[in-house]
Design a protein. Structure first.
Length: 357
């Protein structure tokens, strides 16, 4: 019987899942959530609801055997690139949001549950906290603050591997700038297969995104906090869920913003162009990290489908970089690929409690 991988990818407003064999996707779907089902406190409060959604779909499709389960890796301590078998301490850290609160924190708990249900091992692969940053990239300017790696590593690594395979390039011999454009935006300097610098896509530097604030003027941030007596929870929600396009225009959907622009909305154009302006600035910064020795600039993620976005990047950067658009999140396929690599003994597997970066 053909081996099966169940991949589970929780997002902020939906859960994506798929069952893969080596030759095909048996089924793939996205289960949406409405605003009343989304927890403003801790995403783990959504566990039972999301579990029931997935269970219903698996039963509907009569899936009775799974060989390995892969969950999206959440916000944990810094990890190595590769796979980690899910353990109780990992789940405990995610359940209590020890290192941060994000929808991806549900990936490991959901994978563990369905691994037990199907008597299959459960793993995470290339978590958002994979840390390959150089020591110099972690220096912030304030001794009490260290820059951290928090990025769309799963899609970035998988996209780079796929493009290198198709072009006949050796990923360990080339440098790339890779930008994942989604609800958050990651811009990564990949040197010889390692993400040596990233902007931190949740609460860090780089461009604002459909939902997130990106880099901010520090004086303005200080004023915002103290003049409005903001508590930590409210501030984090503002900066990660209610800023960017959502804050300025009331929507996090780039397609809607582009539609407004084409209807003559000048403010929508100003704000989206500002996001792309900041994106280009961060791309330039990452090019400098690699001494401008870049094989290609790769843009991936859902926003990379946009003709408006592609046109803007080509117009401003087309003479400086070999630009490759590889649209889509591609995360379920990347998890499946990793699952089969684990089954075949071709991916490094680490112990969360013992292996340190």
């Amino acid at each position: 019987m053909s081996k099966r991988v169940l991949a589970i990818n929780p997002g902020s407003t939906s859960t994506k899942m798929a069952v893969f064999t080596r030759n095909k996707v048996e089924f793939e779907l996205k289960v949406n959530m409405d605003e009343t089902q989304i927890s403003k406190e801790n995403v783990y409060n959504e566990f039972l609801f999301r579990k029931a959604q997935i269970e219903e779909e698996l039963e509907k499709h009569k899936i009775v055997n799974i060989d390995i389960v892969i969950g999206r890796g959440g916000i944990l301590k810094p990890l190595k690139s590769g796979a980690y078998k899910i353990c109780n301490s990992m789940i405990d850290h995610l359940k209590h949001a020890k290192y941060g609160n994000h929808a991806s924190n549900l990936g490991a708990p959901l994978a563990a549950y369905f691994g037990k249900k199907y008597d299959a091992p459960a793993y995470i692969i290339d978590s958002v906290v994979v840390d390959e940053m150089t020591d110099i990239a972690k220096i912030s300017g304030v001794p009490q603050i260290t820059r951290k790696s928090l990025a769309h590593v799963l899609n970035i690594k998988a996209t780079a591997r796929r493009i290198c395979d198709s072009k006949g390039w050796d990923i360990e011999e080339e440098n790339f700038i890779i930008a994942h454009l989604g609800g958050g935006i990651t811009v990564c300097a990949m040197e010889k297969g390692r993400n040596i610098d990233v902007n931190n896509a949740l609460l860090g530097l780089g461009p604002f995104s459909p939902e997130r604030a990106g880099a901010l003027p520090l004086g303005g941030l200080i004023d915002l906090v103290f003049k409005h007596n903001m508590d930590e929870k409210s501030l984090r929600r503002l900066l990660t869920r209610e800023s960017g396009l959502k804050g300025y225009l009331g929507t996090n959907d780039v397609r809607e913003v582009v539609s407004r622009i084409r209807s003559g909305d000048k403010r929508a154009k100003l704000i989206l162009d500002a996001m792309l302006y900041q994106l280009r600035k961060e791309i330039g910064a990452m090019a400098a990290v690699c001494d401008f020795n870049i094989r290609a600039l790769i843009l991936t993620g859902g926003i990379a489908y946009s003709d408006y976005v592609q046109g803007n990047i080509k117009q401003h950067l087309g003479n400086q970089f070999n630009i490759i658009f590889y649209p889509g999140e591609n995360e379920l396929g990347a998890m499946a690929d990793g699952g089969f690599r684990i089954l075949d003994g071709k991916m490094n597997v680490y112990n969360y409690e013992k292996d340190e970066v």
